[in-house]
Design a binder for this molecule. Structure first.
Ligand code: 5RP
Length: 236
């Protein structure tokens, strides 16, 4: 169990995220190469890692998105890329839904492709989330990164798999969201996802798709940290 001090006015959800992020940061040891995921919960882990760096700990971070890179730079975390390190000690990343087996839906931040690469390269994949992300079964729209020229084909193939695909638009509704890789995101809703691993594989095999947001392939090396208002604990 791990508890952080919370500031007055912080929402319960933010306190829970902070508890999860800070717990995960305690798993990082001196000299480690650390995958840095995207999202508000991981940013709390980075906040704690920055404190540890100021206290003398040496680590190298591998960011999973431009957003994660900018935040890590603000925190003074030394950075490198997957070109420099193809084996990471640990990756810390967030999730949008977590089922009881530890299968995830990720990608609200449109970063699931780099997140998958960093997770694949890491010996330990630590998922940080507040308690609201736990769900009996995966039901959120599955983000799918696709090269723009293949978006209609991918949408057709996703429909044939039983999904309802919608190209993600920016807040101003003036066109598709563009990922860090220059691609589009299709959010695909499924009435049910009985076999997340099979669906993950099928979607990732669609021509033109880089990666979907179902993460079921990493459970054997995953540690899932659930943050609550009072503390954080390991779910799996
Ligand atoms: C980005 C992600 C994020 O990790 C996920 O959306 C969770 O974000 P947050 O910690 O802000 O709730 O998958 O692609």
């Amino acid at each position: 169990m791990y508890m952080t001090s919370s500031s007055v006015g912080e929402s319960d959800q933010n306190v829970s995220k902070k508890n999860a992020g800070y717990y995960a940061a305690e798993l990082v040891r001196d000299g480690m190469v650390v995958g840095l995921g995207t999202g508000s919960t991981v940013f709390y882990a980075m906040e704690r890692l920055a404190e540890k760096i100021r206290d003398g700990m040496n680590i190298v971070g591998i960011p999973t998105s431009y957003q994660a890179e900018c935040r890590a730079r603000e925190y003074g975390i030394p950075l490198a890329t997957l070109h420099d390190y193809t084996e990471l000690d640990i990756a810390i990343d967030g999730a949008d839904q977590i089922d009881p087996k530890g299968f995830l839906i990720k990608g609200r931040g449109a970063a699931q492709t780099q997140e998958r690469c960093v997770a694949a390269a890491s010996r330990l994949f630590v998922v940080v989330a507040d308690v609201s992300k736990q769900t009996p079964s995966l039901s959120a729209p599955v983000p799918v990164e696709v090269i723009p020229s293949a978006a209609s084909l991918a949408a057709k193939m996703l429909s044939a798999m039983g999904g309802t695909p919608v190209v993600r638009e920016g807040v101003k509704k003036d066109g598709p969201v563009i990922t860090d890789n220059g691609n589009w995101i299709i959010d695909c809703t499924f009435a049910e996802i009985p076999d997340p691993l099979a669906l993950e594989t099928d979607i990732n095999n669609i021509p033109g798709v880089l990666s979907c947001g179902i993460f079921a392939e990493f459970t054997e090396k995953s540690k899932i940290v659930i943050g609550k208002k009072e503390s954080a604990e390991i779910m799996l």
